[in-house]
Design a binder for this molecule. Structure first.
Ligand code: CP
Length: 335
């Protein structure tokens, strides 16, 4: 495997094989599978789970990793192309990325969306600029509109819990958050659930419709898998018979890149905090999913997060297992 960038780069059987490997590595550890291998980890955006789970994954497979991020004691990193570097930053990403990559056998890169220009973010302009500097296998650890490791882990979580694929009702719901957040998780999630063959509903208020290319990609996945995809503002309609609600906030797409307009837009929807009444007409065992981190009492009520519906810790642990499978295929005997 030369890169792990998008679940759409794989077919259904290949994803199934990765998930089987993730489960096998959990049940039958292979502590020498990546002995002597090094994973370089470049974080241009913050993280808890991705940072820790990639390092844990490498350790459990017998390899090692190192982390570079702008907050560390490194020379300031310049990312703008064509800039005269007479300011604070003493190192350009054009040298930093290939240097970091050269120390490892594979590299993981995280770079959130700039959220200035929707077309640039949808085209993954910044992320492609970074990966074009790498001549090693690489993993997308979250880019402008993708988070494939999260989606692989979420797929595994639903498999683990027996959430049906065909006929399974999956609601991706926007939730209130004080900040405008990236589209990476909602974009990856809607595609993942559609690819899994589920009946997917995107529940979101006016102004927060997912961009057409994201929906079109998910539609295409649903067509191939036998799933369905729709969107609505009607919570009761969306939650009817739901097996899963996956909550996530994202930027107002009607005014993408305009922070003040986004604030005005989202301020109307403080009450989009997932709580028990949301589940009134869902299945009794409807699960609550979230990629974390999550703001308690803002995105979701404590009683949901602390109650039996919540599977967020299961999802987070599956990050490590899913990534072990990816790294095994990328650098180990199963590549
Ligand atoms: N879900 C996720 O990617 O978490 P982090 O941002 O903490 O890595």
């Amino acid at each position: 495997m030369k890169s792990f960038n998008d679940l759409a780069d794989f077919d259904f059987e290949e994803i199934g094989s990765l998930l089987e490997l993730a489960t096998r590595l959990d049940q039958k550890p292979e502590p020498d599978a990546l002995r002597g291998k090094v994973l370089s980890l470049l974080f241009l955006s913050p993280s808890l789970r991705t940072l820790a789970s990639f390092q844990a994954a490498m350790l459990r497979l017998g390899g090692g990793s190192f982390v570079i991020s702008p907050e560390m004691s490194i020379h300031g990193l310049e990312t703008r192309p064509g800039i005269v570097m007479d300011g604070a930053a003493a190192e350009h990403i054009r040298e930093a990325v290939p240097v970091i990559a050269s120390y490892g056998d594979a590299i993981g890169i995280r770079a959130f969306a700039e959220r200035k220009n929707l077309a640039d973010d949808l085209a993954e302009k910044e992320f492609h600029a970074l990966t074009s500097l790498v001549d090693k296998p690489w993993v997308n650890m979250e880019s402008a509109v993708n988070h494939p490791c999260q989606s692989l882990a979420d797929w595994k979580t639903m498999d683990d819990l027996g959430v049906p694929a065909q006929g399974g009702r999956f609601v991706l719901s926007w939730a209130y958050h004080p900040k405008a957040l990236p589209l990476a998780v909602p974009a990856a999630t809607v595609h993942m659930a559609a690819m899994r063959g589920m009946d997917v509903t995107v529940l979101r208020p006016e102004g927060f419709a997912l961009p057409e290319p994201i929906m079109a990609k998910a539609h295409a996945a649903a067509l191939r898998s036998g799933g369905t995809l729709r969107e609505t503002e009607d919570r009761a309609e969306a939650m009817e018979g739901a097996h899963v609600i996956y909550a996530k906030s994202w930027s107002a797409t009607s005014c993408y890149g305009d922070r003040m307009a986004d604030q005005d837009q989202r301020a109307k929807y403080h009450d989009w905090c997932v709580d028990e009444p949301w589940f009134a007409n869902a299945r009794p065992d409807c699960r609550f999913m979230h990629c974390l981190p999550v703001r308690r009492g803002v995105v979701v009520a404590d009683r949901i997060l602390d109650g039996p519906r919540s599977v967020v810790i299961h999802e987070a642990r599956n990050r490590m297992l899913a990534q072990m499978a990816v790294l095994h295929r990328m650098m180990g005997a199963s590549q």
